[in-house]
Design a protein around this ligand. Structure first.
Ligand SMILES: NC(=O)c1ccc[n+]([C@@H]2O[C@H](COP(=O)([O-])OP(=O)(O)OC[C@H]3O[C@@H](n4cnc5c(N)ncnc54)[C@H](O)[C@@H]3O)[C@@H](O)[C@H]2O)c1
Length: 379
């Protein structure tokens, strides 16, 4: 079996999850990490052979097959470009970039490079989401006429909660929409097979001024600081977004994305309405899928190797009753990405740079729709 060498740039919240997940694949080693602040600590704590403060040095010297990009959004473009120019495959965190212009250039570069350039829209890889895609394709739900749902969190509820995501320069023009909404939109488009064709958005900022700690804070940090450790910042991006959608088959939908709903640590859900049946999935019970019927009992199915569609069986690692969740969805996404390096016929259900560009365009149009307070089409 060929063993691949991975490097991880950005060893904050999600970078460390990538390191653990890569190691679960079995045929990939974490050769090196790069981080401007914490490369050495991470390498020591997680037993990674090489560490760098500059990702370029890592790409130039570590002999990598794949770089995992786990840094803030505004750095994805330059790191991914450098990797593709130097012949290294890319697995980049979402959102793809900070701007549509960067995403267009990167998608073009990926298209001409013949390297793997994937995005970690991992929600596609929960087995019941992947299974539902086959159910919908089979026509079991009938024609789809509505797609609704939410993605809510509470980690930015207090005015002292801070992340680089609050800065437009680091994150991009939208925050709740790009950071979590893009996950929901990618997921429902993947599952339903329908693309969003128009949006109408309304944003809310609950803290126009927030307190920024003068020290570095990683995502989902619970660090406590005293009053003098904070400075005021003006917030320009949305805490919440209410959005209406039109889909290309004529279906209508709506979603609420928010990072400030108390008690919702991470909650993603959708309800898809068809002329025959409906389908409902929630991340809080991610191993279950409910198929709704009008004239009979609703069907509650549970993730398991024999309960999912044959196409989804490779995503089920453990028997029925053995729960699989967030890190397992990462693992299944990564497995497909690595499998496709040497096997052009391997399944490619993961998001690529064209999908990432599409999500960036959706975020941009949603931003414009909120500004204009009117419907905006997606060309
Ligand atoms: N797929 C998911 O579910 C998921 C979850 C969380 C985060 N993310 C994405 O992952 C990315 C990182 O988010 P996070 O929550 O881990 O952030 P974080 O703040 O916890 O970590 C970011 C790390 O990147 C480092 N860094 C910043 N600029 C760098 C550079 N130029 N070179 C090297 N290192 C640099 C920082 O020092 C920090 O250690 C974001 O794009 C985010 O949207 C995805």
């Amino acid at each position: 079996m060929r063993v691949y060498k991975a490097g991880v740039v950005g060893t904050g919240f999600v970078g460390r999850i990538h390191i653990e997940t890569i190691r679960r694949l079995g045929n990939v080693t974490v050769e090196a990490v790069a981080d401007i602040t914490s490369a050495r600590e991470t390498a020591e704590e997680m037993n990674v052979p090489y560490y760098f403060t500059d990702y370029r040095e890592m790409l130039d010297t570590a002999g990598l097959d794949m770089i995992h990009i786990c840094t803030p959004n505004n750095t994805h473009f330059e790191i991914a470009m450098y990797a593709l120019e130097h012949g290294v495959n890319v697995l980049c965190e979402k959102p793809m970039t900070a701007t549509v212009e960067e995403a267009e250039k990167l998608a073009a570069k990926a298209g001409e490079s013949r390297l793997i350039a994937a995005l970690n829209y991992h929600n596609r890889f929960y087995p019941m989401n992947h299974h539902l895609r086959s159910v919908i394709r089979s026509g079991e739900l009938g024609d789809i006429f509505s797609i609704t749902g939410t993605y809510t969190q509470d980690w930015l509820l207090n005015s002292t909660d801070y992340s680089w995501r609050l800065n437009v320069e680091d994150s991009g023009k939208t925050r709740a929409v790009a950071d979590i909404g893009s996950h929901w939109m990618d997921l429902v488009e993947f599952v339903s097979g329908q693309k969003i064709s128009a949006v109408c958005a309304d944003f809310t900022i609950i803290h126009p001024v927030r307190k920024r700690p003068k020290k570095q804070v990683l995502a989902f940090s619970t660090d406590q600081f005293s009053q003098e450790d904070y400075e005021d910042i003006i917030v320009k991006t949305e805490d919440s977004a209410s959005i209406l959608f039109r889909f290309d088959n004529g279906a209508k939908g709506s979603a609420f994305f928010s990072q400030v709903i108390a008690g919702k640590s991470v909650a993603i859900d959708y309800l898809i309405g068809g002329y025959k049946k409906s389908a409902e999935w929630r991340s809080a019970a991610c191993n279950e899928l409910v198929i709704g019927r009008k004239d009979s009992f609703c069907e509650h199915s549970e993730k398991g190797p024999v309960t999912v569609h044959p196409d989804s069986r490779p995503l089920v690692a453990y028997p029925i009753g053995h729960l699989e969740g967030f890190p397992d969805a990462f693992k299944q996404c990564f497995r497909q990405v690595y499998d496709s390096i040497d096997n052009p016929n391997a399944p490619r259900d993961y998001a690529d740079m064209q999908d990432g560009l599409h999500e960036m365009i959706l975020c941009e149009r949603i931003f414009t729709s909120n500004q204009k307070q009117q419907w905006v089409p997606i060309e």
